[in-house]
Each structure stands twice: as structure tokens, then as C-alpha cells.
Design a protein around this ligand. Structure first.
Ligand SMILES: NC(=O)c1ccc[n+]([C@@H]2O[C@H](COP(=O)([O-])OP(=O)(O)OC[C@H]3O[C@@H](n4cnc5c(N)ncnc54)[C@H](OP(=O)(O)O)[C@@H]3O)[C@@H](O)[C@H]2O)c1
Length: 239
């Protein structure tokens, strides 16, 4: 039962309606007898600074951060974990009462997904489409798994180049513009394809021409709503 002592946790992002975290956390609070509620707040980039100030002042115990705030949020925190520094993005913030501490749990999520699928990424030709916060977590995970070369394809070339610059001492990232001849060639020839864009989120859209999915060893999609995106279905249909 909710009382004046109940702790508040939340997720911030824009859009936010698709977020599964309130359902998952509410279930876990119930299961483990934790006196807390977990809500979702739509926060645009333009009001992020004020929103973080409000969460801090109101003593919110912790919050998840989703697109498009995972990179910008780092400007408003007191401490950033090592994985978040490597990633250049934060998806989880803990309020210790004195400080807001940023973590990135997406990195472990990606590592877990590859190991569960039994896919070894070492020495593989990998193309990742996307260059936002989730994409950075994927690169950090691939680096942790031993990858030193990667092709990134993004709609906005500059953002891809920014990501390459961020990882320049760790991963050799080549960047191509989505839709370019080079991007299509690389996508066709790669063994592992990763979608780290939001394309397919609550829609039947697909970020590339499905014919480019032939002969892949693995296809990974960061979009989790729906659980099987069109990209995954088209890849499965091609074996
Ligand atoms: N499975 C999970 O646990 C998990 C965890 C984290 C995130 N996610 C999902 O990952 C997705 C991306 O999140 P994010 O935080 O990385 O967002 P973000 O920082 O806003 O980045 C979005 C990325 O998608 C690209 N994009 C958006 N619309 C596009 C379109 N119409 N055509 C081509 N590219 C497009 C953007 O390209 P530009 O640079 O050109 O704008 C950018 O690369 C979301 O769907 C989110 O729900 C899932």
C-alpha cells in the first residue's frame, strides 16, 4: 500500500509511452516486498536540466533514462561510472541523497544477449546501424567482448563520426551514411548486423532493404517493442 514513506522511482524520456520499466519494476517491488512506486515521465531534451533538478530536490530514489536523453543526462550528474564513461551514455541514475550517480546497464544487457544467442563476435565483420545512446552501449559491449574494428551506418553522418571519435582509442570505427552505396555493400557483406536505431519501435518499419539480410550469422535489434521486430522476422525468414 502506498504511504507517505513510499519511495518513488521513475523513467524519463521522449517518447515514453512504450516504456516497459514501470510494469517490470512494479512487479519486482511487489515480489520482493519493496515499498516503492515506479512511474514514467515524458521529458524533452529542452527541459532535461530542470527535470533532473526537480527529481533531485524531490528526493526521487533513482531513475532510468531512455532516448533521446542518455548522452545529455551526463551533464547534470555528480558521478559517472566507469562503464558510462566508456559508453558516453547513462541509462540508470541512483540518488544517494548526496549525489546523483550515473550507470550504464545496457552494456551488460548487450553482452548477455550475445552470449545467450551463442554468437561469438571476435574476428567477425560487424555492421551496426545507429549512433545514439543505445548504439554507444553496443560499441562498449563489443569492445568488452574483444572487437577492435566496426562499421557504423547512420542517417546523420556527423553523429556517426562523433561516435567514432568517442571510441577512437579503443575501436577502429568506419562510418557510412545510411542509404549510401558503401553502407549497402558493407551491410550485404557483414556476418553480424545490429540495429541500434529506433526504427521499428512500435511500428512495422525496417531500417534497411530486407534483401541485404541474406546469409547473416546473427541479427540483433535493440528495439524491444514489439519483441520481434520486422527486422528480426525478415532475418529469420532468411535463415
Ligand atoms: N532493448 C533494450 O533494453 C534497449 C535499451 C536501450 C535502448 N533501446 C532502444 O534503442 C532505440 C534507440 O535508442 P537511443 O537511446 O539510442 O535513441 P537516440 O539516442 O535518440 O538515437 C536514435 C538513433 O536512431 C536513428 N534514427 C531514428 N529515426 C530514424 C529513421 N527514421 N531512420 C534512420 N535512423 C533513424 C538516429 O539517427 P540520427 O542520428 O540520424 O538521428 C540515431 O542513430 C530505441 O528504440 C530504444 O527503445 C532498447
Amino acid at each position: 500500500m502506498v504511504s507517505a514513506k513510499t519511495s518513488l522511482f521513475c523513467i524519463i524520456g521522449d517518447p515514453i509511452e512504450h516504456a516497459l520499466s514501470p510494469i517490470v519494476h512494479t512487479e519486482l517491488f511487489k515480489r520482493y516486498g519493496i515499498d516503492a512506486v515506479y512511474l514514467a515521465f515524458r521529458v524533452k531534451k529542452t527541459i532535461l536540466k530542470d527535470a533532473v533538478k526537480a527529481l533531485r530536490i524531490l528526493g526521487v530514489k533513482g531513475f532510468s533514462v531512455t532516448m533521446p536523453l542518455k548522452v545529455d543526462i551526463m551533464n547534470y550528474l555528480d558521478v559517472i561510472s566507469e562503464t558510462s564513461v566508456l559508453t558516453g551514455a547513462v541509462n540508470t541514475v541512483k540518488n544517494t541523497g548526496k549525489e546523483l550517480v550515473g550507470y550504464n546497464t545496457d552494456v551488460n544487457g548487450v553482452i548477455y544477449a550475445f552470449s545467450r544467442a551463442g554468437i561469438k563476435v571476435n574476428e567477425k565483420r560487424i555492421v551496426m546501424i545507429g549512433a545514439g545512446g543505445a548504439a554507444r552501449a553496443v560499441v562498449a559491449a563489443l569492445y568488452t567482448l574483444g572487437i577492435r574494428d566496426l562499421i557504423v551506418v547512420n542517417r546523420t553522418l556527423e553523429r556517426g563520426l562523433e561516435l567514432a571519435k568517442h571510441f577512437k582509442d579503443k575501436v577502429n570505427v568506419k562510418v557510412f551514411k545510411l542509404g549510401s552505396r558503401e553502407a549497402k555493400d558493407a551491410t550485404l557483406r557483414c556476418e553480424i548486423l545490429i540495429n541500434a536505431t529506433s526504427v521499428g519501435l512500435r511500428s512495422n518499419e525496417i531500417v534497411i532493404d530486407p534483401s541485404l539480410l541474406e546469409g547473416k550469422e546473427g541479427v540483433f535489434d535493440v528495439v524491444h517493442v514489439p519483441p520481434r521486430t520486422r527486422l528480426i522476422r525478415e532475418a529469420e525468414a532468411r535463415g
